[in-house]
Write a protein that binds this ligand. Sequence first.
Ligand code: PGA
Length: 239
Amino acid sequence: MIIAANFKTNHTRLSTIEYLEKLDNFLIKYSIKDEVFVFPPFTALDIYNISDKINIGVQNAYPAYKGSFTGEIGLLQLEEFKIKNIIIGHSERRHIFKESNEFIVEKFKFFKDHDFRIIYCVGEPKSQREKGFSAVMEYIYSQLENIDLNYDKLIVAYEPVWAIGTGLSAKKEDIKEVMDALREDIKAPLLYGGSVKPDNAKDILSVKNCDGLLIGTASWDVDSFCEIINISKMLAEEK
Ligand code: PGA
């Protein structure tokens, strides 16, 4: 399984270091086999003194090596910290920052060309969900247009917009329906994101085509994130 923590605009440089040390100790102590990712804010990026059990990535970046892009960071800044993982197309980038699908595709192409592991996010808004399952899939497929689904470092995260940060996760049956449909065209790992918590992680992780979780709110507290990783470990042991 892949378990990823998206810090969004939370944590400082100091609290990120404390978090990563605690997480790293946990992963080593319990011999965790899951692939664990942490996406801290830019200001907390560093060369951390942790094991290779934690993959560090960025929540966003500009598709250029360097240049005049006020307020953005590019590949040059990522190289300094050996970052090779990125989230692209997160719903907060699409909706709050009005990133168009075209621009998101440009980012995808750029970071694919630079061999990044890409967590590419898709997901429908509430109004689309209310129109039914085919409308949901139509929306998701429009977000996947021009994305190379055969890229070997691709991970796709299904994150319904209405479930992100609301405390209202999608129902297990709804997640299964989307994952099953995506699996027909996508070999890459499929994650679910949207109000994942220790309380619902077991249910979601047992969905057949779900290969992991992208977690916001419940990942900001290291104990809660470790609890979810532990649930994944117990599930793997039950199999
Ligand atoms: P959430 O965020 O867990 O707070 O709903 C998920 C995400 O945005 O990736």
